[in-house]
Design a protein around this ligand. Structure first.
Ligand code: GLN
Length: 460
C-alpha cells in the first residue's frame, strides 16, 4: 500500500510551516487540500482516480483558481478573487491534482529575482541571503524545498528556466501556444507561456500532457494533437543527437567561470558518448535582449491598461475626479518596475517612435525566429547555459535594471522565437550553488527535450 494523499499533503503542509521564512506562499489552502486529498484517496481505492491522482501542485500568483485570491504579486489587485479556473488549472483539477497554495512572484511576472513582489522577496533555500531567481521565484523554491511536488509558473522571458537553474531543479517552457493562456494574467501575450517546475522529468511530462492542447477560450492555442509525452520518455535511450552551441554563449566574458567550465565539460562528454556537438555562429545574439524588452514592454503597457481602479481590486482613497482615479490608483497600486515598463512600453508605441522601435523590433523578431528555426534544420538541440551566473545576493542588482535584465541573456531567445526550452540541473559552483544548462528544441519537440534531459546530467 502506498502512502495516502492525505499523508502526503500533511507532510507538505508541515514543510510549508517549517519553511515560512522563505516567503514562498501567499496563500496556503491547507484544509481544502486535505479535504480534496481524502476525496482523491477514496477515488484511488475505487479505481476511479484521474491521471494526476495525488500530485500536489502549487500555482504562481498569475493563474486563475476559481474563488481563490489572485494578485500577480501586486497591490493593484488587492482583494481580487478569481471568477473562473484557468484552462490549465481546470485540466489539472479534472485529473485529480491537489492544489496546495498560491505562490509569490515578481509583480506581473516582471523581474529576474523575485524582489519586485509587493509581498517581499522569496529567499533561496540553499542560501537565504540569495535570490531564487524570478519571476516565478516562489514556484521554484516550493519545489526545491519540498513544499509541493510540482509548481506551475509562467515564462515570458525565462521566468521558469532562470529560477529553476538558481534552485537546482527542472524548469520547462513549452512551445508558445502549446498550453492555453486562458486564465493566465497577461504580461507580454505574444511571449507568455505557462511552464512547469519539478524534480522529476516524468512528472513534468505528465503535467504537460494534461495541460496542453486546443482550447476554445484561447484563439492562439495550437490545435496540434498532444502526444503522450510520458510514453515517449524512454524512446530509444541510445539515440545519438546533433547538438549545436552558439559560440558567443560559451566564449563570453559575462559567463561565471564555473558555468563555463561545466558547459565545456558537458560538450566534451557528449562527444565522447558519440553525439555530434558543434559550435555555430548566431550573429543576431546581441539583438535578442533589446528586441525582447521593446516588445514585452509594449505588450505590457497595453495589457496593464485594464488596471484602472474601476474594474479590479485596488482603488486609491485620494480620488477627486475620473482622471485622478486613474492616475492615483495606478501610481499607488503599481510598483516601480511595473511603472518603468509601462512607461517604456508606452514610449515605444507612441506615434513618433512606433516605427523606430516597435516596428523595427517586430522585424528583428521575425529574423531571430527564422535564424533560430534554421538551426533546427541541421541540429536537434541548442545547448547553452541557462543563466550567466548562479543565484546572486539579494539587493545586488536592484539599483541597476540593465544589470538585472542581463540575467535573461540566454533564456529570452526561446521566447522571442517561440520554441520550447528546458533548464536541467547539471552541477554546482564553488560555493555549492546550483548550475542549470538549457536545452532548446524546435517547435513542438518537447518529447525530444525530455529524452535528452535524461542524457545530460548522467554523462561521464
Ligand atoms: N525576467 C524577464 C522580465 O523581467 C522575464 C520575465 C518572465 O519570464 N515573466 O521580463
Amino acid at each position: 500500500m502506498g502512502i495516502s494523499c492525505v499523508d502526503r499533503v500533511s507532510a507538505f503542509l508541515t514543510n510549508i510551516d517549517t519553511k515560512k521564512h522563505l516567503n514562498v506562499f501567499l496563500s496556503v489552502y491547507g484544509q481544502e487540500a486535505l479535504t480534496r486529498a481524502a476525496e482523491v484517496d477514496s477515488r484511488i481505492r475505487s479505481k476511479t482516480a484521474g491521471k494526476l491522482a495525488g500530485l500536489v501542485i502549487g500555482l504562481k500568483d498569475v493563474l486563475c483558481f476559481q474563488d481563490h485570491p489572485l494578485q500577480a504579486g501586486s497591490k493593484i489587485l488587492d482583494g481580487f478573487i478569481s471568477q473562473f479556473n484557468a484552462t490549465a488549472v481546470q485540466r489539472l483539477l479534472d485529473e485529480d491534482a491537489i492544489i496546495i497554495g498560491r505562490q509569490n512572484c515578481d509583480e506581473f511576472a516582471m523581474g529576474s529575482s523575485n524582489e519586485n513582489s509587493a509581498f517581499g522577496p522569496v529567499l533561496n533555500d540553499i542560501d537565504n541571503t540569495r535570490v531564487p531567481g524570478g519571476s516565478s521565484g516562489g514556484s521554484a523554491v516550493a519545489v526545491m524545498a519540498d513544499l509541493c511536488d510540482v509548481s506551475i509558473g509562467s515564462d515570458t522571458g525565462g521566468s521558469v528556466r532562470q529560477p529553476a537553474a538558481f534552485c537546482g531543479i527542472l524548469g520547462l517552457k513549452p512551445t508558445y501556444s502549446r498550453i492555453s493562456r486562458y486564465g493566465l494574467i497577461a504580461y507580454g501575450s505574444s511571449f507568455d507561456c505557462i511552464g512547469i517546475f519539478g524534480k522529476k522529468i516524468e512528472q513534468i511530462a505528465l503535467v504537460l500532457e494534461v495541460m496542453a492542447g486546443a482550447d476554445e477560450f484561447d484563439s492562439t492555442v495550437s490545435r496540434k494533437p498532444v502526444p503522450s509525452y510520458t510514453s515517449e520518455l524512454n524512446a530509444d535511450p541510445n539515440k545519438k543527437y546533433k547538438v549545436a552551441y552558439i559560440r558567443e554563449t560559451v566564449d563570453t566574458e559575462v559567463l561565471q567561470p564555473e558555468i563555463k567550465k561545466l558547459i565545456v565539460e558537458k560538450i566534451k562528454q557528449l562527444k565522447n558518448a558519440g553525439h555530434v556537438v558543434e559550435p555555430i555562429e548566431f550573429p543576431l545574439t546581441e539583438y535578442i535582449l533589446p528586441t525582447y524588452y521593446i516588445l514585452a514592454t509594449a505588450e505590457a503597457s497595453s495589457n496593464l491598461s485594464r488596471y484602472d481602479g474601476v474594474r479590479y481590486g485596488f482603488r486609491s482613497k485620494q480620488v477627486t475626479d475620473l482622471e485622478s482615479l486613474y492616475k492615483k490608483t495606478r501610481s499607488e497600486g503599481f510598483g516601480k518596475e511595473v511603472q518603468r515598463r509601462i512607461l517604456l512600453g508606452t514610449f515605444v508605441l507612441s506615434a513618433s517612435y512606433y516605427d523606430a522601435y516597435y516596428t523595427k523590433a517586430q522585424k528583428v523578431r521575425r529574423l531571430i525566429r527564422e535564424k533560430t528555426k534554421a538551426i533546427f534544420s541541421n541540429y536537434d538541440f541548442i545547448l547553452s547555459p541557462t543563466t550567466p551566473s548562479t543565484a546572486f545576493k539579494l539587493g545586488s542588482h536592484t539599483s541597476n535594471p540593465l544589470e538585472m535584465y542581463l540575467a535573461d541573456l540566454f533564456s529570452v531567445q526561446a521566447n522571442v522565437a517561440g520554441v520550447p526550452a528546458l533548464s536541467v540541473p547539471c552541477g554546482f559552483d564553488n560555493e555549492g550553488l546550483p548550475i542549470g544548462l538549457q536545452v532548446t528544441a524546435d517547435d513542438f519537440e518537447e518529447s525530444k527535450l525530455f529524452q535528452f534531459s535524461q542524457v545530460i546530467p548522467n554523462l561521464v
